[in-house]
Ligand binder design. Structure first.
Ligand code: PHB
Length: 422
């Protein structure tokens, strides 16, 4: 089997890349371990930067997002018993859209299948080969299932091979793509945080129109939404804790203790339909490419969720990769592909820094004393009272500017042939 671009992983990065390549007349095959249903129902984050929204719209996959996504012009920071708003619109002229990642995935899968695109679900990539040649290969097996962290195969599943021009490794932190780069040729930077996020999905009316990021002596809490009927709430927890230790009443009592304010505002309770704990880490691998393999999204970097950046960063990688692959196929020009890692890493590090900063400002660290807690409150006070500091938060939150060279036709009204070289 041959394709121009093999895409390992069918999350937002892999699917969007496949779609953007299709718009440029380039063929790809997406290999994804999970089933379509699992992909479309997995609850992940849900904040889209304006640049992500603009790209999805220009790429023709924004119809449902425009109808069902909620545009937010600001967020709230709550600390020391009061709540202050950061006005994105006033500070940056931009906004964010709250629309679940799995909804983006649904839209992209539909668009790829409607266009006759190839997505192999329940298929495990087992090995990446010949990355230094101009015909790299992906070995894979269909009939795969992920059970408790282990991949199992149907007994009759044989190993097959996909030969291609380039491989995109979009298979997440635990995928096979990053380790396919020889250890001697990569450097990994990692920071783990001594806490996790307990996330719940709640049926019931939202408690707030805009997100609330809250620092409390008992720890961080976040109020977000998914739709007018569904709330998404999180609170800082021990990363070793277990969901089973948290019956609904205990969760609500913790949420009230951290969030309710003196003026009578209280978090709305509802029917908890999902509970999960995520660990928090910052991670970057350098470089993000090796021979004809290019990493995008969580395969190359992880940010803690406090800045709501994970999917947006994946989308920013894919913009650059799609343009680089298009240059290669249209004119044989490899300049952008050669600089892929260097271009992406500048945004990756700035965004990692922002996510780390938000995390540090808003969580209780075990070893912190009252002195550090006072510093956090002073910082939040500064960020919400100085226009310069508020703008720093806002411009990062709505998304750092995209180099115009990587906008796609329709995002800026520019014709493709007029686009300058980045
Ligand atoms: C979410 O709605 O899931 C969400 C919102 C903001 C974050 C992280 C997650 O920073």
């Amino acid at each position: 089997m041959y394709t121009q671009v093999s895409i390992v992983g069918g999350g937002p990065a892999g699917l969007l890349l496949s779609h953007l390549l299709h718009l440029r007349g380039i063929e790809s095959v997406v290999l994804e371990l999970r089933s379509r249903e699992e992909l479309e129902t997995e609850i992940r984050a849900g904040v889209l930067e304006q640049g992500t929204v603009d790209l999805l719209n220009a790429a023709g996959v924004g119809d449902r997002m425009r109808k069902q996504g909620a545009v937010h012009h600001g967020v709230n920071l709550q600390f020391d018993g009061h709540r202050e708003r950061i006005d994105f619109h006033d500070l940056t002229g931009r906004a964010i859209t709250v629309y679940g990642q799995h909804e983006v995935v649904k839209d992209l899968i539909q668009a790829r299948l409607d266009a006759g695109g190839h997505i192999l679900f329940e298929t495990a990539a087992t090995e990446l080969r010949d990355l230094d040649s101009d015909e790299p290969k992906v070995r894979f097996r269909r009939g795969a299932k992920l059970e408790g962290g282990t991949i199992r195969f149907d007994d009759d599943a044989e190993e097959e091979e996909l030969v291609c021009g380039h491989i995109a490794g979009c298979d997440g932190f635990f995928g096979i793509s990053r380790p396919a780069i020889p250890e001697a040729d990569r450097t990994e930077y990692m920071r783990t945080y001594p806490f996790g996020w307990f996330g719940i999905l709640v049926e019931g009316p939202p408690s707030t129109e805009e997100l609330i990021y809250n620092l409390h002596e008992r720890g961080f809490a976040l109020v977000s939404t998914r739709s007018p009927e569904i709330q998404r709430l999180y609170f800082q927890c021990d990363p070793e804790d277990e969901v089973g230790h948290w019956p609904d009443e205990r969760i609500w009592s913790e949420m009230h203790a951290r969030l309710d304010t003196d003026d009578g505002w209280t978090v709305n309770e509802g029917n908890i339909v999902q509970k999960s704990i995520v660990r928090m880490r910052s991670f970057v691998t350098e470089p993000m490419q090796h021979g004809r393999l290019f990493l995008a999204g969580d395969a190359a970097h992880i940010v803690p969720p406090t800045g709501a950046k994970g999917m947006n960063l994946a989308v920013a990688d894919v913009r650059v990769l799609a343009r680089g692959l298009a240059d290669f196929h249209e004119s044989g020009d490899t300049d952008l592909l050669e600089r892929y890692s260097e271009i992406c890493l500048r945004r990756v590090w700035k965004t990692s820094r922002f996510s780390w900063w938000m995390t540090s400002m808003l969580h209780r660290f075990e070893k912190d004393n009252d002195f550090q807690h006072r510093f956090q409150i002073a910082e939040l006070d500064y960020v919400t009272s100085s226009r310069a500091a508020a703008t720093t938060l806002a411009e990062n939150y709505v998304g750092l500017p995209i180099d115009p060279a990587f906008l796609i036709p329709g995002e800026d009204g520019m014709k493709d042939q007029d686009r300058r070289k980045p």
